[in-house]
Structure formats: structure tokens, C-alpha cells
Ligand binder design. Structure first.
Ligand code: ATP
Ligand code: MG
Length: 426
């Protein structure tokens, strides 16, 4: 008698709904998973818990991309996880997660791993930050299938099971991955209303992965966009940071224009002038290094977005009065600040960038002093980008060409060839 081996299944609540793809039929290899993530998965599994890799990591591995991080889900509770890992900390009040740290030469490595317990779909009545009672908190936990369905898009809801190296798909994510489609899980209107930030996430994934947005998802996201106004500015700023850290801001804004969502999350002064700022934003995103200095990138991106409105009021020239420039920037920063709650240091920096920009445009004699300013290079970038339109006495390119070497050696230049940028702008 032969025993037919059946593919292992997730234990479960609704096993019929899951598609399990055995190791031989998908490309995810343990070698591609960060060794520390593999260690965590095995430790959980060896103690009898389910241990799945989840979210963006599974998606990216299936696409042959390098995952940004490795999120893990399990049926162990935060306390049980904490007991298993000495190097861990429970975070969060409502839904508790565990962060695991690793050390190298006595210092924590920058990569930390997040382990979550399977959770149920979002339930607004439970969304109370004051829930401390453990039994209530435990009601947030769920089954693997529930955990998959409370996620945002089908391609983000796949699991990789360390027990048998299979991929588990409760939401037809694999099919959407094959067809390169962003599809929200469940009822589109309800899911976007539940968390309007998903509107921007849909656009960001579509741009980053070069996927199309499925029809019902696209329709619903345009309809849900006005609710972006209700999202707290701090969360919107985090979202924006995610865009420019991936050099994706220009692409997301272009997609946002196509789907008519931009005016619900950006000031009109910016959305009305995107056709002028977007080409420059693309340049800025390719010229400035990523992530290593996201503060600089934020200043740069926001300054580029404000630039067309500034130029409309004040084209750079010899006669520009700086106090008028300051007033205008403050006026433009106000609505921007309402959207993103920018820290003071960033508002000052943007003001500084424009001040230097207009001083460059004036052909100021004291430019050597400006060179020492932290934001000089951002201002120079803007200046170079619009220099062809400047009056000749202000452009003064020979001045810059003579200083090219010095400019590029400046620590703030970080290896970028500003001299070349200026010459190209000529
Ligand atoms: P990235 O490469 O940007 O990290 P990601 O898919 O890992 O992409 P994260 O923001 O790190 O995105 O979130 C991890 C996972 O958590 C997502 O893949 C998704 O399953 C789930 N998720 C994140 N944000 C939401 C949200 N707003 N609503 C529902 N599920 C979400
Ligand atoms: Mg992630």
C-alpha cells in the first residue's frame, strides 16, 4: 500500500481557503532570508509555535527583490515570545508586538526584527489606546487566515512557513503577484474607509513595483481620498518619509494626480503646480543620496515642491528683497505644516534654502560665507536647476566653474559633483 503524501497544511481555522505552495514550486530560499530572521523563525517553531515570515518580505522574495525588513508572525503571545528571546522587548499598548535586537561587538545592530501574534481584522470599537486589560487585549489576536485578511493588499498577505518552507496564500495574492496587480483585500470601500492611508500605500506599491491597480481598488481609492484629511499629520509625515526614502515621491505624486487624490493630502499651492515641480523632483531624487540623510532629503523634496509658487511670486534677480522672500516662504509653509506638522528645524532649513537660493540669484558678493551653511548645497541644487532662466548677471557661472573643485571637496557635497550640475544647467 502506498501512502500518498499530501502537502502540509496550515493548522486551521479555514484550511480550505488556503492555497499551500510547496517548496519545490516557489523560489523562496532560506539563503535569501536574513540569518537572524531564520534563527527567530526556527526558535519559535522548535518551541511548538507556528512561525511565518509575512508581509513585504514574502512579496519581495517572490519577486526576486531584496526585502527592506523581515516581519514575522506567530501564534505565540507577546509574553511567550518575550520568554523565548532574551534580547527582546514588548512594544505597543493596544496591539502588542515584540522587537528582537541582535548585538555585534556589544552594540545593537541597526536591523531589528518585529514579531507579531496573528491578529484579527481591525475592529474600531477595540481601537482604544487605553485597553490594558489582558483578556481584552487578547481578543485582538486571531488565526492565520484572519491575520491575512486584515492586511491591506493581497500581495502583502502571503506567508512563508518555516516548518515546511511552503508559501501560504489565503487571499489569492500569488495570482495578483503573477499578474502584477495591486488589489485591496475584502470590500474596497470599507477597507479604504477603515484606514485611508491605504490610498497612498496602494499608489506607492504600484509605483515601486511597477504594478497596475485593479479596477475596483482604483475606483474605491479615488472615492476614499477625501478621508486622508482626517489622518493625523504625524502619520502623514511618516508616509511621506517612506516615499522619499525609496526615491519614489515624484512617481507617487504623478500617480496621485492621475487618481485625483493629491489635493486631499497636499496644499493647493503644491498640487496646482505639479507639472512644473515634478521634473525637478525627479532630478532631485536621483541626485541626492537616499536614506543616509533623510532630513536633507525631506528639506529638498519640500523645497522643490514649493519652488514653482515661489518663482511665480518672485523670480530671482538682482533686486530681490530677502524680507519679502521670508514672508512668502512663511505663507507657503503654513498649509504645508498643517499637513505634516514639520519640526521647527525643518521649517528653518527650508527658509534657509530659499534665502540662499535668492542670494545666489542676486549674485551676492558674500557667497563665500554662504558656502559654509549646512543648506548651501540644497540651495545650489535648486539654483542650478532653474539657472537657465535666470538673468545672466545673476547666473554668473564662471564664478562657480572656478570653484568647482572646492565645491566638490566640501564635506557637505558628499561625493556629488555640484560643479558638473552647474555646468549642465548652463
Ligand atoms: P515595505 O517594503 O515598504 O516595508 P511592507 O509590505 O513590508 O513594504 P510595511 O509598512 O512594512 O509594508 O508593513 C508590513 C505589512 O503590514 C504589510 O505588508 C501589510 O501586510 C501590513 N500593513 C501595513 N500597513 C497596513 C495598513 N495600513 N493596513 C493593513 N495592513 C497593513
Ligand atoms: Mg516592511
Amino acid at each position: 500500500m502506498t501512502i500518498k503524501s499530501t502537502p502540509p497544511r496550515p493548522p486551521a481555522d479555514d484550511p480550505a481557503a488556503a492555497r499551500v505552495i510547496p517548496r519545490a514550486q516557489h523560489p523562496i530560499s532560506r539563503k535569501k532570508i536574513a540569518p537572524n530572521a531564520v534563527k527567530i523563525l526556527y526558535r519559535l517553531k522548535n518551541h511548538g509555535f507556528l512561525a511565518y515570515l509575512a508581509g513585504g518580505a514574502v512579496r519581495d522574495l517572490l519577486l526576486g527583490r531584496d526585502p527592506a525588513d523581515f516581519d514575522i508572525v506567530t501564534d505565540a503571545t507577546p509574553r511567550q515570545i518575550k520568554r523565548l528571546f532574551r534580547n527582546s522587548r514588548i512594544i505597543g499598548r493596544r496591539f502588542r508586538l515584540v522587537h528582537i535586537y541582535f548585538y555585534q561587538n556589544g552594540r545593537p545592530t541597526p536591523q531589528l526584527y518585529e514579531i507579531a501574534t496573528f491578529r484579527r481584522p481591525f475592529a474600531p470599537e477595540q481601537d482604544d489606546p487605553e485597553i490594558r486589560d489582558q483578556t481584552q487585549a487578547n481578543n485582538l489576536f486571531g488565526t492565520p487566515a484572519e491575520d491575512a485578511r486584515r492586511r491591506d493588499f493581497t500581495i502583502n498577505a502571503l506567508f512563508y512557513n518555516i516548518a515546511d518552507f511552503s508559501v501560504i496564500d489565503y487571499v489569492n495574492g500569488l495570482e495578483d503577484l503573477d499578474n502584477r496587480v495591486i488589489r485591496i483585500i475584502g470590500d474596497p470601500d470599507r477597507r479604504f474607509a477603515e484606514d485611508p492611508v491605504r490610498v497612498l500605500r496602494a499608489l506607492e506599491f504600484a509605483c515601486r513595483l511597477d504594478f497596475t491597480i485593479e479596477e475596483q481598488t482604483a475606483r474605491a481609492l479615488t472615492q476614499a481620498a477625501p478621508a486622508l484629511k482626517e489622518i493625523p499629520p504625524a502619520r502623514m509625515r511618516e508616509e511621506l518619509k517612506g516615499f522619499y526614502a525609496k526615491k519614489n515621491t515624484a512617481a507617487v505624486l504623478a500617480a496621485g494626480r492621475k487618481f485625483a487624490v493629491n489635493r486631499h493630502w497636499l496644499p493647493d499651492t503644491i498640487t496646482d503646480r505639479l507639472d512644473r515641480s515634478l521634473p525637478l523632483l525627479r532630478q532631485a531624487e536621483s541626485f541626492f543620496p537616499t536614506a543616509d540623510n533623510d532630513r536633507e532629503l525631506e528639506r529638498m523634496v519640500l523645497s522643490v515642491l514649493l519652488l514653482p509658487a515661489m518663482l511665480e511670486s518672485y523670480p530671482p534677480g538682482a533686486e530681490i528683497r530677502l524680507n519679502l522672500i521670508q514672508e512668502k516662504i512663511d505663507e507657503l509653509l503654513k498649509p504645508l505644516n498643517q499637513c505634516f506638522n514639520l519640526p521647527r528645524v525643518q521649517r528653518y532649513a527650508i527658509r534657509d534654502i530659499f534665502t540662499i537660493f535668492y542670494r545666489l540669484g542676486r549674485g551676492d558678493k558674500r557667497i563665500k560665507l554662504l558656502l559654509k551653511r549646512e543648506n548651501f548645497f540644497s540651495a545650489l541644487f535648486l539654483y542650478a536647476a532653474v539657472a537657465p532662466g535666470l538673468p545672466p548677471q545673476a547666473a554668473n557661472l564662471s564664478f562657480w566653474e572656478r570653484r568647482r573643485e572646492r565645491l566638490n571637496r566640501h564635506p557637505g557635497a558628499q561625493g556629488r559633483d555640484y560643479g558638473a550640475l552647474l555646468t549642465a544647467a548652463k
